[in-house]
Ligand binder design. Structure first.
Ligand code: VL7
Length: 135
């Protein structure tokens, strides 16, 4: 990876997670629980295989993928949709396009000032999350 995104990262800010979840059609009840969570991101790479884990006290969610290779993603426990995802490097940003029922959906990760940044977007809503390294 250009700048290594690998490691364990703990959320320090979360802007418009509510809007993003609403765009995904997550119920008000589930949104309320989700908004209180301090998410942890664990990013690993073994050869050309990447693993991105999103961990919390409530639910965990893991994807694994190879760069530039489309894969079927089932967002189990999240919005429970079957989508097609492709992760690519756009400069130093690791980006994912997720095609399916929801229009313009995806995310982007990058490191800036020793922090892991994440933008999650769906149908015009953008959620911005920042994580610090867990030492
Ligand atoms: C995944 C989920 C909200 C349902 C539970 C909320 C928290 C935590 O897609 C994501 O990460 C990418 C990029 O790092 C890799 O998969 C973010 C969390 C957002 C959307 C849906 C609310 C229920 C659960 C696992």
């Amino acid at each position: 990876m250009p700048t290594s995104l690998c490691g364990t990262w703990d959320m320090i800010s979360n802007v418009n997670f509510e809007g993003y979840m609403r765009a995904l059609g997550i119920s008000a009840c589930l949104r309320k629980i989700a908004l209180k969570l301090k998410l942890r991101k664990v990013i690993e790479q073994q050869g050309d295989q990447y693993l991105v884990k999103t961990l919390s006290t409530f639910k965990n969610y893991t994807i694994s993928f190879k760069i530039d290779q489309e894969f079927g993603e089932f967002t189990k426990g999240l919005d429970n949709r079957h989508i097609k995802s492709t992760v690519t490097w756009q400069g130093s940003k690791l980006t994912c396009e997720q095609t399916g029922e929801k229009k313009s959906r995806g995310w982007a990760h990058w490191v800036e000032d020793d922090k892991l940044h994440l933008e999650l977007y769906c149908e015009g809503e953008v959620c911005k999350q920042v994580f610090k390294r867990n030492e």
